[in-house]
Design a protein around this ligand. Structure first.
Ligand code: DGY
Length: 325
């Protein structure tokens, strides 16, 4: 049995697959495979382990319908046409849970960094512009006792809300399709309508998946309804916010600041005006980038490959319907 892996992943995952007798073919060039190259490489293997970049769309799935499993080295599966994979009975696996802490840490970091203009102030030192002390210059805002609004309170949102409640005594409100009973019980979180989330949040954090419904959700109409003193945080997927509208909202003072670990497009162009704004912090999609988390993701991705190649149910399936008759 052979697996094709689209990036270099941690040894912990590779070793598991080798120990299971799986032959590994790995793409090691530091560029994305083209759609044609991905199909070519997958023609002669039994499994795909996709670690970012490529679209697993209908054209790919139709050309590679022989694959016994597609394992993602991510929790997000917005680049996969899951209904098409299900129709072809190809199980797709992801890596939920293990990256919640690391991603929540990055959201928390962005809240603090933005509220105190930390990235911008760091750059002023590099540019030789520490300057003259002025009591009214470089002022941030404090988040203690303020309200955190979470759009999509799942595992990552829960971890972020726990940190904000414990460290800053923040009130937690959230908007989900369903109630999160654990958050309501343990964090006193309150479900509110989307409109109320916009009106009441001092910090509004996006922690939902990218779907047709959430794509472009944070646009100019939405930013206009947020508090002028609020901070917008996105550590989920860039296309959930409309980036030109976000830039405009910040320039017009519709919101106070923004912290992004995800942008649209990625990578962000280095000329993007967001990078010059004092109240904006941008990171290059490093939510899950810790030794511990990336090892855990590689292990789960490998376990999904191993189970799929044995014809067993994946430990972390995205489309469990494939095992229904
Ligand atoms: C994920 O796993 O979806 C994270 O965004 C890292 O890509």
């Amino acid at each position: 049995m052979k697996v094709f892996i689209t990036r270099i992943i941690p040894d912990a995952g590779l070793q598991l697959m080798k120990d299971a007798g799986i032959e590994i073919i790995q793409w090691t060039e530091k560029r994305n495979l083209s759609a044609e190259e991905l199909i070519d490489h997958c023609k002669s293997v039994d499994a795909l382990l996709s670690a970012g970049g490529n679209w697993i769309d209908k054209a790919f799935l139709t050309a590679c319908s022989h694959l016994k499993v597609i394992s993602l080295h991510s929790v997000g599966y917005d680049r996969v046409d899951v209904p098409a994979a299900t129709e072809l009975k190809i199980p797709v696996g992801n890596t939920p849970g293990v990256l919640s802490d690391a991603t929540a840490d990055i959201a928390f970091l962005l809240i603090l960094a933005t509220s105190r203009k930390a990235f911008y102030m760091h750059n002023t030192i590099i540019e030789g512009d520490w300057g003259f002390f002025e009591p009214t210059a470089n002022l941030g805002i404090e988040i203690r006792n303020k309200t955190l609004g979470v759009f999509g309170l799942g595992k990552i949102g829960f971890e972020l809300a726990s940190r904000c409640a414990a460290a800053f005594h923040m009130k937690i409100i959230y908007h989900n399709r369903d109630h999160n009973e654990r958050a309501e019980k343990e964090l006193n979180a309150e479900w509110v309508s989307f409109e109320d989330l916009l009106k009441q949040s001092d910090v509004l954090s996006v922690n939902t998946s990218l779907t047709e419904e959430t794509k472009g959700k944070f646009n100019k109409e939405v930013f206009a309804k947020m508090k002028r003193t609020s901070i917008f945080i996105n550590t989920a997927r860039g296309p959930i916010h409309n980036e030109p509208d976000l830039i405009d909202a910040l320039q017009k003072g519709m919101i106070w600041g923004a912290g992004l670990d995800v942008t649209d497009p990625e990578p962000m162009n280095s000329n993007n005006p967001l990078l010059q704004m004092p109240n904006v912090s941008v990171l290059p999609h490093i939510g899950s980038a810790t030794e511990e988390t990336r090892n855990a993701m590689a292990i789960i991705a490998a376990e999904n490959v191993i189970a799929g190649l044995k014809g067993e149910r994946l430990p972390f399936p995205v489309n469990p319907e494939v095992w229904k008759d």
